[in-house]
Design a protein around this ligand. Sequence first.
Ligand code: IMP
Ligand code: MG
Length: 503
Amino acid sequence: MSEGAPAAERRWPEVVPSLLERCSFPPPGHPLTCAVSGGPDSLALLALAVAAGCRVTAIHVDHGLRPGSAAEAEVVAAAARRFGARFERRQVAVAPGPNLEARARAARRSVLPADVATGHTMDDQAETVLCNLLRGAGLDGLGAMAPGPRHPLLELRRHETEALCAALGLEPVRDPSNLDPRHLRNRVRHELLPLCSELARRDVVPVLARQAGLLREEAQVLDQLARAEVPDPSDARALAAAPLALARRAVRRWLVPDQAPERHPPSSAAVARVLEVAAGRRVATEIEGGRQVRRSRGHLAVAEPSDKVRPVRTERVASSVPSWAQHEVGEPVVTAEALAERVIELGAAITADYAQAPPLLVGVLKGAMIFMGDLIRAIDLPVDVDFMAVSSYGSATRTSGVVRIVKDLDADLAGRHVLVVEDIIDSGLTLNYLRRYLQARGPESLEVCALLVKEGEQRVPLDLRYVGFRIPSAFVVGYGLDVDERYRNLASVHRYRPSLAEP
Ligand code: IMP
Ligand code: MG
């Protein structure tokens, strides 16, 4: 504790005991880390946690997104000093751009402990229920947040946290992005919830919060049933025999185990595909994060995305390099057979993911031409195809970082679901440039399918929806990839070995 810190607050406003009765703080004396942005809810969380007798640490995350974010940290630091709580400040870097809210949340989570307490109120709970409903969530999403030490204020209303701050003489930070109608939550808060209350002729916030509580209880019962019915969710036969509602829960529990809650939950389409694998109607399927679920001898197994290419036996290799290429081309890194098999899987995953809205595939010439040709025939949807050509290399085998558009697209991207088809990602600079360029044309969605990714070479985050193979970092040719325009017509992807030319 820093010396000279003022003694903890002795006299609390009169409402505090009645507020605390509805809070779910851990017992007095327990440590509690609180995320405190400086808004009214989180300042109330800080004050009430101290009043509840917890040993409180307030963490403020500075996203560096707004001018004056340092002053916001100071508001929290001052409140923590006044209440005798510890204060920590964490800095994260979030670049402006699309999907800001979600990226800021992810950055925040990465620097906060998993059991951090937040100041969500009953009003936030009701908003969460409606947001999740609109996003198509199932039972678990509609159950929203569970009360407990991580959400101690869920039984309080927002006007109560505001009133408490006023009674304490605290001046909360006002986050202007809470008014931005581009965020779904803000429109739910300011438009949808008031409309619902008006139509229902009563305040619907407690109604929605109560329903969430009931749904959480029912979800728990279903979980118990699912555990009893399918104790081992990798057991394909048990999954296929279980009632669908329980089988789905078993698959979710398997793919997002309790020990890894940070994993993205699988979409309902992915869960349905896994169940098709369990039932033997498919051999394998792609799920979130590039992972793959396959079935073998009655058991399902998940393969992580770094589907490292298995070493190829040398005696098979020699015969698979045509004689005219043998002086410069080494062993296959990915064989023609592996390419064919993987392209079929990628096509199946794309078919499933885009079934409702067939994509516009944008191939990057010239390297992606063969991949594109094979991939579109593996997609069972009415897709559109366009190409653009960029040059990032000249004839060197190292990335220059300079990208030039040699041929632009013919298609209009506005409102389209665009899937970029790339041959190989090395530094990621080309893709990053392309992504910004295409995003500016207003597609409805923009995803990337890359056949090959060189491991450990990327200087920028990639965010690839589909990846064919992750390969060791070495220059490769074949299956569309060239060096000085040669070797594109090799059926496999090979290591390029100019040294082989030397005697
Ligand atoms: P990046 O910008 O470094 O990711 O480079 C990507 C582009 O460079 C790809 O689209 C290819 O055209 C080319 N490239 C990168 N590595 C290789 C390789 O090993 N063989 C052939 N072309 C490559
Ligand atoms: Mg290329």
